[in-house]
Design a protein around this ligand. Sequence first.
Ligand code: HEM
Length: 183
Amino acid sequence: MKGAFLKCMKEMVVTQHGEDQWIEILTASDFPNKKPILATSTVPDEHFYSVLKTSQRQLKMGRRQLYDAFADYWICIYGPRLSPRQFEECSNSREFLAVLDHIHETVQRRVRGAKPPTLTMEWQSEDIMIVTYESERELVDLLMAMFRALGRYFNDDIERVEKIDSTHVRVGFAELVDISAAQ
Ligand code: HEM
């Protein structure tokens, strides 16, 4: 996993829970806590997972709560700093999702060792998108948190994010509710 994910996690914990909590988390997890974290370095996935698990325990948060806090920080604060143009050029989450694979492809080409997921999106109807998640990792729950965060960032119509199985997610946009309410 790129160091950017860990740096983002650190920033989220330090700004929302305090530096002491972050030091406790590093001490209790497998991550060597004296090492500086560089965004472009590669951190073994196990270290990142261990930081996630320890953070849940240390911050007394459930998995969904922690993933939502991380995804909010990644999408609303860290992402716009990393790729400001993508966020400025899109005015809603549908537009952003249309370029997401391109963003991840660019990351993969430009950042050595980066292996972002491949996300294939198909519209099942006007308001329901089925996302196929291909990754060497099993982070579908984090993917779902990212969708929820994207809806919050654009303050728009991502209404429901449901897991179909470990590689498929259904994203429901607001009009879905309007249409069924009118029937
Ligand atoms: C400008 C916005 C974004 C940038 C720059 C970005 C970039 C990245 C980078 C650098 C990684 C780490 C890859 C690695 O360490 O190998 C990553 C992973 C990931 N990204 Fe994005 N991302 C963005 C937005 C999103 C959004 C909106 C979603 C989903 C809705 C998403 C889903 C994921 C997931 C689930 C992972 C975890 C890795 C995995 O499952 O294999 N990302 N992304």
